[in-house]
Design a protein around this ligand. Structure first.
Ligand code: CU
Length: 159
C-alpha cells in the first residue's frame, strides 16, 4: 500500500520550496559578494616565500617570506596553519645578552602600504612536526588568518 502522505506531490512541493529559496538566496549572496570591494586579504601579497630544507629526522622547520600590505590599514596575521604540520608558531629571533633566542609572537604586524620580511635571524614561521617528508621542491599549503577573521592560503616550496 502506498503511503499517501509521502507521495503527495503538493507536500513534496511545500517541502522543496524553502530549499529552492535558500539556494536562490545563497546564489544572490555569492553574486553580491563577488561585486563587493576587495577584501583585506586581497591586499596582502606574499613573495619570495620558502621553507628551509632540513634533515629527514628534523621535527622543526622554518619558513621565510616577504609579506606585502597594499592596504591603507595595518594588517595583523594572527594565525598560520597547515595540515602538513602539527603546529605552526610565529617567532622572532633575537640576541639577548649574547644569547640567541626565539620569541613566540601572538601576531605579525604588517604596516599599511608596507611590508614585513620574515628572514633568518629575524621573524619567521616555526613549523613543528612535519606530517610528511619535505624535500627540496616539495610544497606545503598554508592558511593565514588575519585579525579581522579573513583567511587566505599560500603554497610554499622547500628550497
Ligand atoms: Cu623559531
Amino acid at each position: 500500500m502506498i503511503d499517501e502522505a509521502a507521495y503527495n506531490p503538493k507536500r513534496l512541493f511545500i517541502l522543496e520550496t524553502p530549499v529552492t529559496l535558500r539556494t536562490t538566496q545563497l546564489l544572490l549572496i555569492l553574486f553580491l559578494s563577488s561585486l563587493s570591494p576587495l577584501s583585506l586579504a586581497d591586499h596582502i601579497k606574499i613573495n619570495n616565500a620558502w621553507i628551509r630544507e632540513a634533515p629527514p629526522v628534523s621535527k622543526v622547520l622554518a619558513a621565510f617570506m616577504d609579506i606585502d600590505n597594499h592596504a591603507s590599514d595595518t594588517v595583523y596575521i594572527i594565525a598560520v596553519e597547515s595540515r602538513d604540520f602539527g603546529a605552526i608558531e610565529m617567532h622572532l629571533s633575537k640576541e639577548e645578552n649574547g644569547v640567541a633566542r626565539m620569541l613566540p609572537q601572538s601576531q605579525l604586524v604588517i604596516p599599511a602600504k608596507g611590508k614585513l620580511m620574515l628572514k633568518p635571524g629575524s621573524y619567521h614561521l616555526m613549523l613543528f612536526r612535519p606530517q610528511k617528508r619535505l624535500k627540496k621542491g616539495d610544497t606545503a599549503e598554508f592558511t593565514f588568518t588575519l585579525g579581522n577573521g579573513e583567511k587566505f592560503t599560500k603554497s610554499i616550496a622547500v628550497k
